[in-house]
Design a protein around this ligand. Structure first.
Ligand SMILES: [Zn+2]
Length: 293
């Protein structure tokens, strides 16, 4: 009797535990549910953080870094993860480990991206402080005094090569002018190369403006600067000529940004050029079918 009473007691105890939680357990269950719903809210908020971050990155990459000619930050760096050790091993045995690990991971990624983004802004701020210098160095005038816009003979685009008579992409702009006409530096910079040649560009000068900008002045008759010389926008650097592969006296002018040739037309911001004149120049330069090269 006593024994069966003990067994009954044991069964009762086990049954009670099975079906009725103690007050402490009830509290823990309630807290667990609350924590779980908090994690779900955090996960949603982290999604929003990632959206905002991605928007900041887009603007940084496509506007700020472009304006200040800063190198692009590759997405491999922006979105870099954490290689090597498993940072979340201690979270793997939890009931809701997927949710907890994912939240922890999202938070780590957001923090890392924020760090990269904040470094980028530091760099942009420095560049913005030197904005005046950047503006002075950017090629921004025509390399030849342009009172008569017919001097813009041929611009950027596919043209018939004057000597080889084949279609060739013209990567600069030609300004026809008589031999001896002054050639101006189009932005502040350092003369990085002076080359004498009987072919191709002929006698030509290259100016390094910093911030990734370089300009090239070709077919010159005379150099008026030396390699390493600092020049200011508007300084006379050379005289127009007919050297190299050229059919008539003219200046062939190129602008490049980090080694990629640009349409020079986008780099004329002269105040003395009215909208009409600018339109006319573009019209002339894009309709001329043959370059002087
Ligand atoms: Zn040319």
């Amino acid at each position: 009797m006593g024994m069966s009473g003990n067994i009954l007691g044991l069964l009762f105890f086990l049954g009670y535990n099975e079906f009725f939680d103690s007050p402490k357990e009830k509290r823990l269950v309630r807290e667990n549910a609350q924590i779980l719903s908090q994690y779900e809210i955090m996960e949603k908020k982290l999604d929003q953080v990632h959206n905002v971050l991605s928007d900041l990155q887009q603007r940084d990459e496509n506007i700020y870094r472009v304006i200040f000619q800063a190198d692009s930050i590759p997405s491999s760096i922006r979105l870099a993860g954490f290689g090597g050790i498993n940072r979340y091993e201690q979270l793997e045995n939890l009931t809701n480990s997927d949710l907890v690990i994912n939240t922890a991971r999202q938070l780590d990624i957001a923090m890392k991206q924020l760090y990269v983004q904040s470094k980028s802004y530091d760099e942009i701020v420095e560049l913005a402080k030197n904005k005046d210098q950047l503006i002075r160095c950017t090629p921004a005038i025509m390399p030849i005094s342009n009172n008569d816009l017919t001097r813009t003979a041929s611009g950027w685009g596919w043209r018939i090569h004057p000597i080889y008579k084949i279609k060739k992409f013209h990567e600069g702009m030609d300004f026809t002018a008589s031999t001896g006409t002054d050639v101006y530096a189009t932005g502040d910079g350092v003369v990085s190369a002076i080359i004498e040649s009987g072919t191709g560009y002929g006698n030509h000068i290259e100016i390094d403006h910093g911030y990734g900008y370089k300009t090239l002045y070709a077919h010159l008759s005379e150099f008026k600067v030396k390699v390493g010389q600092h020049v200011k926008r508007g300084d006379v650097i050379a005289s127009v000529g007919n050297t190299g592969t050229s059919t008539a006296p003219h200046l062939h002018y190129e602008v490049s940004v980090r080694g990629v040739k640009q349409n020079p037309q986008h780099y004329y911001f002269q105040e003395d050029l009215t909208a009409d004149e600018y339109e006319r120049m573009i019209h002339i330069s894009s309709n001329s079918n043959q370059t002087f090269d």
